[in-house]
Design a protein around this ligand. Structure first.
Ligand code: AMP
Length: 222
């Protein structure tokens, strides 16, 4: 099994790259942001608590996210046998990296590598504020860089497109602050464990995907 963490600033393309590689390779996609948004949509207590942190661009407390992740992973392991997992948006802090280690061990899994998607803030900011998502299937569009064929309608399933509550400029700036303060230390953390794969993610999604698949191939054959 090949298990990768996708690490990087908000807007760097973790979700887009995860969706594409999971659909091409059959990996299971675990996005803690998606799991939290599902709780929010379901109106659970956890979702209601998480919403305030999310819309303010802050990280949701570790215990809430770790439980959600462990449950999500256990469910997939019980129901199917994917060729691997893509962890998108988890871990975001060093304590979360340690929690992930324990959660993986419980399932008899280990990390193959950690992909650090890298792009300047000036590149990620407009990517986020113009982003639109499909309510039904989660497909990602962009008002400037990847417009849907019909305004407000998903090309893939016809679902309604919406803007995330934390994709406004104020929340995005706070999310970048959180990333720089809490998540950047993970780069050294994984580099010292010889797990880090650096990737330039300033190009188009198509260009970035070509770089990603080449980098993973090289990593697996090293
Ligand atoms: P994302 O969809 O990955 O951009 O995450 C959206 C928001 O969900 C983040 O800004 C956080 O508020 C919350 N979130 C997602 N993953 C985590 C995590 N690993 N730890 C804490 N909060 C998280």
């Amino acid at each position: 099994m090949k298990n990768y963490v996708f690490l990087g600033a908000p807007g760097v393309g973790k979700g887009t790259m995860s969706n594409k590689i999971c659909s091409d390779e059959g990996y299971a996609h675990i996005s803690t942001g998606d799991l939290l948004r599902a709780e929010l949509k379901a109106g659970s207590e956890l979702g209601t608590t998480a919403k305030e942190y999310m819309n303010a661009g802050k990280l949701v407390p570790d215990t809430l996210v770790a439980d959600l992740l462990a449950q999500g992973l256990a469910k997939i392991c019980a129901e199917s046998e994917p060729p691997g997992f893509i962890f998108d948006g988890y871990p975001r802090t060093v304590p979360q990296a340690e929690l992930l280690q324990g959660i993986l061990e419980k399932q008899g899994l280990e990390l193959t590598g950690v992909v650090q998607l890298d792009a300047a803030e000036a590149v990620v900011l407009p990517r986020l504020t113009g982003r639109r998502l499909c309510r039904a299937c989660g497909a990602i569009f962009h008002l400037l860089f990847g417009k849907p064929k019909v305004d407000g309608v998903c090309d893939a399933c016809g679902g309604e497109l919406y803007q995330r509550g934390d994709d406004n400029e104020e929340s995005v700036r706070q999310r970048l602050v959180e990333y720089n303060k809490q998540t950047m230390p993970l780069i050294d953390y994984y580099a010292t464990r010889n797990l880090l794969i650096r990737l330039d993610a300033e190009g188009t999604p198509e260009e970035n995907y070509v770089l990603l698949t080449a980098a993973l191939k090289e990593w697996e054959n090293r």
